[in-house]
Design a protein around this ligand. Structure first.
Ligand SMILES: Nc1ncnc2c1ncn2[C@@H]1O[C@H](COP(=O)(O)OP(=O)(O)OP(=O)(O)O)[C@@H](O)[C@H]1O
Length: 296
């Protein structure tokens, strides 16, 4: 038997974990994985639980919840030596990472993926002293992700973000940024947002960073220059089909390390959660973690 630490957020998504826990443990057990559980109690708890699980020597860690839970789990793991592989049961409102990795949303199939023991080595991102698995960003629009109340998400799922997005668009404001990246000239100007993508699935858009690969040792960086609301709507439309990267309002490049500074206060967003403020120093940690996923 292999051992697993199942770290789950009982409040994620539509609280499916509360209903499914016994079934999940049963399915893993039949497949040869004996899992013990940790239900998270609030912010930061999954980080402590993941760090503890690495130290206790489990054969694997399984994170069940949304991108927020996953971010907390990798933050507990990233700095430890001898990392066990990570399994993901995507039961949150937003599961961008799982979508990018082709991890099924259905709990039976995502358990079976872990049981098949197929893994991929992936890059992690480091932002100052914290880590991200999917995306880092900043600018007024990225604040959207933590302005949506948890209860609203439980009731309405992804729709809650779209409603908040429409409300937020009216108050779009640019910020002065200086971006210095390895292999690039220094870029400075007024920007609506910047995104540093590790995967191609970002904020529910599958084509926002269409060429981002999780194991190429590089970030795909997208910055949106100051624009008007109609220009922004035009770009969102283009982004739906992945045709925005060549637009004159967009800056797009790849790098393995970069620094972003601003004369004003700019919050950082890491995998949809608050991640401190600028200045930010971002670095790829190539092939840092093994994740259960189809190896294609
Ligand atoms: N028991 C708990 N009660 C309330 N909040 C919790 C609890 N456990 C963890 N959390 C917090 O819930 C946040 C969101 O979790 P998660 O991402 O799993 O769910 P979600 O429904 O997808 O929400 P989001 O879309 O914001 O990520 C986590 O960042 C974590 O800090």
């Amino acid at each position: 038997m292999k051992t697993a630490r199942l770290i789950y957020n009982p409040t994620s998504g539509r609280e499916e974990m509360k209903k499914r826990l016994a079934d999940i443990l049963d399915r893993l057990d039949i497949g040869g994985i004996e899992a013990s559980c940790h239900a998270t109690t609030g912010e930061g708890d999954a980080t402590a639980a993941a760090a503890d699980a690495v130290e206790r020597g489990y054969d694997m860690i399984i994170a069940a919840g949304g991108d927020g839970t996953l971010n907390e789990v990798i933050n507990g793991m990233a700095e430890k030596p001898n990392l066990p592989p990570l399994g993901v049961l995507p039961l949150g409102t937003t599961n961008d990472f799982a979508r990018a990795m082709g991890i099924p949303k259905n709990w039976e199939d995502s358990c079976d993926l872990i049981l098949r023991n197929e893994m991929r080595m992936i890059d992690l991102g480091k932002a100052n002293d914290r880590y991200f698995i999917n995306i880092a960003g900043g600018g007024s629009l990225t604040e959207l992700t933590y302005e949506v109340p948890s209860r609203l998400k439980t009731m309405m799922g992804q729709l809650a973000y779209y409603l908040k997005g429409i409300e937020k668009m009216a108050s779009l404001s640019p910020q002065e940024l200086v971006i210095r990246a390895n292999g690039q000239e220094t870029i400075s100007g007024e920007f609506m947002l910047f995104l540093i993508a590790n995967t191609n699935s970002v904020g529910g858009f599958e084509k926002l960073a269409p060429d981002a690969r999780i194991d190429d040792g590089l970030f795909d960086v997208i910055a949106l220059k100051k624009c008007t609301l109609p220009e922004f709507i035009r770009l969102v439309r283009l982004a739906l089909s992945g045709k925005h990267l060549k637009d004159k309002k967009i800056i797009y490049f790849r790098t393995d390390a970069m620094e972003v500074t601003s004369p004003g206060p700019v919050q950082l967003n890491l995998d949809g959660e608050l991640g401190g403020n600028l200045p930010g120093y971002f670095q790829v940690l190539p092939h840092h973690l093994q994740v259960f996923a189809q190896n294609n």
